[in-house]
Write a protein that binds this ligand. Structure first.
Ligand code: HEC
Length: 210
């Protein structure tokens, strides 16, 4: 019996020496070891049988421990390589998306005043899409929270476009443009002033339809 306890003691010491093993399995495996060894002692009182049992538990424990470590390492490698790939993915910047907004803002005006309502509807949809993209790709910029300022203006324009009401369109377009500049002021970008366009910057696009 004394031999058995000594062996048990050294085995536990040996297993605990592997810090990974101790972190992941120590208490469960240790209890299993004690339980199974106590049971075996009651059954056989035979030291030789106990020795075999310890060896089996030891081999099993070390084997499962190695498999676990290999899996964890493989997962870590995958995470690291995904991180590298993600850092290389193109993400449109705030300024780039604002230039996009500027283009659709201008096109919307010429579509509206030419009563090309289908194109106007399309441009409103594009403006909303870019707004969504800013909210998606520029989440970390605090300015992004203010993007919702455009919603009331866009809603009014949508209403005017769907009923083909030119006066309401002009009014709501002005309301939208004021909201653009309000946000520029709030974001210390007050020197960037947008306005109702005078001439189309897109000479390659026809806004008037028959
Ligand atoms: C959330 C607040 C906000 C709203 C709303 C907003 N902007 Fe901007 N805008 C900015 C910020 C911030 C920048 C500076 C971007 C940067 O850091 O490059 C900017 C930049 C711009 C630029 C400068 C691009 C350049 O390179 O000259 C234009 C043009 C512009 N916005 C147009 C508009 C128009 C048109 C609207 C309305 C339909 C609008 N913005 C609505 C915050 C806003």
């Amino acid at each position: 019996m004394r031999k058995y306890f000594l062996t048990n003691y050294f085995l536990v010491l040996f297993l605990s020496a592997d810090s990974n093993y101790a972190n992941q399995h120590s208490s469960i495996q240790y209890k299993m070891l004690i339980l199974s060894s106590e049971k075996a002692v009651c059954l056989t009182q035979n030291y030789k049988t106990m020795k075999h049992l310890f060896l089996a538990v030891l081999v099993f424990g070390l084997f499962s421990c190695n498999t676990q470590n290999t899996n964890t390492q493989a997962l870590q490698n995958q995470i690291d390589s995904l991180k590298v790939q993600l850092s290389k993915v193109y993400k449109p910047g705030f300024g780039f998306l604002m230039n996009n907004i500027q283009a659709h803002h201008a096109k919307l005006w010429f579509a509206g005043i030419n009563e090309n309502w289908k194109l106007a509807q399309f441009e409103v949809k594009e403006l909303k899409e870019v707004t969504d993209e800013i909210q998606k790709y520029q989440k970390e910029r605090k300015e992004t929270e203010l993007m919702s300022m455009l919603e009331p203006g866009l809603l009014e324009i949508e209403r005017a476009v769907s009923t083909g009401d030119l006066d309401a369109f002009k009014k709501s377009y002005t309301q939208l443009t004021i909201a653009c500049n309000e946000c520029h002021k709030l974001t210390d970008f007050e020197y960037n002033i947008v306005k109702v366009p005078e001439t189309s910057g897109f000479s390659n696009q026809e806004f008037k339809i028959e």
